[in-house]
Write a protein that binds this ligand. Structure first.
Ligand SMILES: [Cu+2]
Length: 255
């Protein structure tokens, strides 16, 4: 087994990475996460391993103040919650995206369907993941106009006006992090959709935990992405009937 690690520093935070690897007996204890596990090509697996862990923020955390509403106040109110960095009482980071990409083989992917709603003047869910080729349904549950402006980097993928009655379908054809904004002066609205080419991905819940079961033996690149804390990578070797557990720690050092 070997491990490599690499951290990328993002603005506002000095980000550090600590990975603790440990082998535990199989089967490992079940971690009750609030996130969304996704697994692929299980039918072909006869032996496999488990990869689990947690994403933490060390140091002081104060929730970002609510975002000011500058338009549509009669419906939206004066502020909306800021969901760009959510950390639980034990330091678990919510809405971190964990993906595993096999290095020794090509894993079959199964495009699905995800929904991005506009609800109470916020995009719901705030962060989600989809396999490339998946369908994205855009909805608006509010009685006011919203738009969904999706970009990867500086490239606009689409910009759709959504009156309440309108529902639009898009295909997520490009891999990357889609940053979503609402262009009708709803400056506080944002979301992210991470489009991946692997069937192994997870969005951490409020406790910061993630777990992948049924991972075929082999070498994998693991990537952890958070919209404000940045990206970290690790490389792990998964063995049959073994479990790997590790922690990813973002060091939050306010400037
Ligand atoms: Cu809007």
């Amino acid at each position: 087994m070997f491990l490599e690690q690499q951290g990328i520093m993002k603005a506002n935070f000095i980000v550090g990475l600590i990975i603790l690897l440990k082998i535990v007996s199989w089967p490992g204890s079940v971690i009750a996460g609030a996130g969304k596990p996704q697994h692929g090509d299980r039918a072909t697996i006869t032996h496999s391993g488990r990869v689990s862990g947690s994403v933490f923020l060390s140091g002081e955390y104060r929730r970002s103040p609510p975002l000011k509403v500058v338009k549509s106040r009669s419906f939206c109110g004066l502020t909306v919650p800021n969901d760009t960095l959510l950390v639980g009482p034990d330091g678990g980071v919510r809405n971190a995206v964990v993906t595993m990409r096999p290095l020794d083989r090509t894993a079959a992917i199964h495009p699905g369907r995800i929904v991005l709603d506009n609800r109470q003047c916020a995009f719901v869910p705030h962060v989600q993941v989809a396999m490339v080729g998946s369908e994205l349904i855009l909805k608006n549950s509010d009685p006011i106009l919203h738009t969904v402006h999706a970009r990867i980097g500086k490239d606009t993928l689409f910009n759709v006006g959504l009156p309440r009655w309108r529902q639009v379908s898009k295909v997520l054809a490009r891999i990357g992090v889609l940053k979503i904004d609402c262009d009708v002066l709803h400056t506080w609205m944002s979301a992210a959709i991470v489009v991946v080419s692997t069937p192994y991905f997870y969005v951490t819940g409020e406790n910061g935990l993630f777990a992948f079961d049924g991972i075929p033996a082999g070498n994998y690149d693991i990537e952890i992405w958070h919209e404000r804390l940045g990206t970290k990578t690790a490389r792990v070797s998964v063995s049959d009937n073994a479990a790997i557990s590790f922690e990813i720690v973002y060091a939050n050092t306010p400037r």
